[in-house]
Design a protein around this ligand. Structure first.
Ligand code: TXA
Ligand code: MG
Length: 346
């Protein structure tokens, strides 16, 4: 038994202190946690995930006061954003404090910090700070093997790690992740530059701009298809955000994106195949495919259910999964990003 499931926050905190691994729920996705000051425990997280060492991880803290122990400089903009969105699904990239291990930052001079809102995550971080020190940090990448779909329920985490035999993981049970996709990552590490979004998420450029007194189009996305293409050459390019690898968040069943107008033609061509089709809103083609489902045509509720849907359909064993591509608008950027990367694997 290498995954132990339980509800005991105190036990989870003691295990973190003892250098062991603890998977826990956050409002975005489940994380695989380790004491951010324990080098062996950090290495264990990379090993269990199969994560390359050039992919930096996020330090999770119980509150904004702990940030000074992990970041060398905390700008006014950073303070405003923490005040507005923490605890919550926003990760800030700041100049790193000297105490932060290079294995957390992949040798970069910056560190990503987040304060999660999920009650179980909060309880765990507070309990851990209580028995270690008030500025304690927990590194926690998503609790999935590298490149796989992130987990939004404890059953997903169990399915990911129960077969590995090398490390014991305490899986702290809690309510499923309500946001459903990973946190928005905002780069604030260059004091003179505009903040840049490194990974789109639940918190939108418009909301960030409002807090900082900027115009919406001044908060730009830093990723681009060119960066994604560059990231293919893993030997030369150290990705600042692992989600910027083109094929990420991928199921094992081939995934294709489609537009509604193409669907009839695609159905004609796929006769005899076992296809699951997922609409963005109702589709009404139930009689024509093995499985037809739809997700709400509203980005935040869609995101809540995306990974659960991907994982569930992936397990059934269809020949292909077809997801309808949502609108190309700002509100859908985070969902489109995850869908494009999941489909890029095929
Ligand atoms: O919602 C989340 O952020 C979840 C939960 C568990 O908190 N965590 C998460 O961790 O998604 P992970 O490791 O799957 O993704 C962390 C992302 C990676 O894409 C990594 O490249 C980026 O954060 N990152 C970490 N440190 C960074 C840094 N110093 N500069 C830029 N990106 C960084
Ligand atoms: Mg991840």
């Amino acid at each position: 038994m290498t995954v132990i499931r339980g509800h005991d926050v105190g036990e989870a905190a003691r295990r973190l202190k003892a250098g062991q691994l603890v998977a826990f729920p956050t409002e975005t996705v489940y994380g695989l946690g380790a004491n951010a000051l324990d080098e062996m425990a950090i290495q264990a997280v990379f090993e269990v995930k199969g994560r390359p060492s050039n992919h930096p991880v996020i330090v999770h803290v119980a509150d904004a006061r702990a940030v000074a122990a992990w970041a060398r400089a905390v700008s006014t903009a950073a303070k405003k954003l923490m005040h507005a969105f923490w605890p919550g699904p926003l990760t800030l990239v700041l100049p790193k404090h000297p105490q932060v291990s290079p294995s957390i930052t992949a040798g970069q001079d910056t560190v990503a910090i987040r304060c999660p809102a999920h009650p179980k995550a909060q309880q765990l971080l507070q309990a851990f700070a209580h028995i270690t020190n008030k500025n304690a940090g927990v590194i926690a990448p998503s609790a999935n093997r590298f490149g796989q779909v992130s987990p939004t329920t404890s059953d997903h985490v169990y399915a990911e790690f129960s077969k590995q035999k090398t490390h014991e993981i305490y899986l702290l049970e809690g309510a499923s992740a309500q946001v459903g996709i990973e946190s928005t990552i905002l780069d604030l590490s260059q004091p003179k530059a505009m903040p840049r979004i490194l990974r789109p998420g639940h918190i939108q450029p418009k909301e960030i701009a409002k807090v900082l007194g900027l115009k919406e189009d001044e908060v730009r996305f830093a990723f681009s298809e060119q960066r994604v293409a560059q990231a293919q050459d893993k030997t030369q390019f150290i990705p600042r955000v692992s989600g910027s690898l083109k094929a990420h968040y991928a199921p094992s069943t081939p995934l294709k994106l489609f537009r509604r107008a193409q669907l009839n033609k695609m159905l004609d061509q796929a006769k005899g195949q076992r296809i699951a089709v997922v609409g963005c809103g109702p589709l009404n083609i139930e009689n024509q495919v093995q499985r037809c489902e739809w997700l709400p045509a509203e980005p935040k509720t869609y995101a809540t259910r995306l990974y659960e849907t991907l994982r569930r359909l992936d397990e059934i064993g269809f020949d292909a999964l077809w997801f309808e591509q949502p609108a190309q608008t700002n509100a859908w950027t985070a969902v489109n990003d995850r869908l494009l990367r999941a489909a890029a694997a095929f």
